[in-house]
Design a binder for this molecule. Structure first.
Ligand code: GRF
Length: 215
């Protein structure tokens, strides 16, 4: 069974979705550890309650990004993970760190990349007046919120939406697509070919999720 390590900074609801999928027998992975860069990350308690080893490495205790990333990598490597899962880990990672885990570092981003990389994605989507928004799971490259796309889910932007309603609609989809992406990885169904993800599943459109609200 594949070993994964999950990195968080806060609420940890995506992490929870992964734990729930594993507990439901739908995610054949061992969650070896959950690591946070913030001591008060709510997700740390959730992980501990689920019996998962937790660690906290305070980025503020390090002189710079490289030093923190080196300590983080040392902690991660202690668990020999096949996959490192970024689940709301609010740190920009150094190029060295990203290269170290190339092809086995996944992120979820709350927009349909390449639209709206960075922060405040839901407000920016509202400000632009887009009609469709969503989330993306991708392999991580050194560029921020960039890399081979594994799966995307689309949701509508509806009249009367505010940042909170739109974020909640997207988050429901995040909790579906992240376990799916990690499951595909665990089952060996994801291959990287010429910088793109090739998905070895029968349904050709499995990597596109359309929220029921769109229909
Ligand atoms: C999610 O919206 C995720 O896409 C983004 O940060 C948020 C984390 O939420 N990267 P949670 O901590 O998983 O609840």
């Amino acid at each position: 069974m594949k070993n994964i390590v999950i990195l968080i900074s806060g609420r940890g609801s995506n992490m929870e979705a992964l734990i729930a999928a594993r507990e439901a027998g739908q995610l054949p992975v061992n969650i070896a550890a959950v690591i946070s860069n913030r001591p008060d990350a709510k997700g740390l308690e959730t992980a501990a309650r689920a019996g998962i080893t937790t660690h906290f490495i305070d980025h503020k205790a390090f002189a710079g990004r490289e030093a923190f990333d080196a300590a983080l990598a040392e902690c991660i490597d202690g668990f020999a993970p096949d996959l490192v899962v970024l689940a709301g880990f609010m740190r920009i990672l150094s190029e060295g760190f990203v290269r170290r885990y190339e092809g086995r570092l996944m992120n979820i981003h709350p927009s349909l990349l390449p639209s709206f990389p960075g922060l405040h994605t839901h407000q920016r989507a509202l400000d632009e007046g887009v009609r469709i928004h969503g989330c993306t799971v991708h392999f991580v490259t050194p560029a921020l919120d960039h890399g081979p796309v594994i799966i995307q889910a689309a949701v509508p932007v509806v009249d009367g939406d505010d940042e909170a309603t739109l974020a909640a609609r997207v988050l429901r989809q995040e909790h579906l697509v992240y376990p799916q992406a990690v499951r595909w990885f665990a089952e060996g169904k994801l291959a990287l070919v010429d910088g793109r993800v090739r998905l070895a599943v029968e349904a050709g459109n499995a990597a596109v999720l359309i929220a029921p609200e769109v229909r």
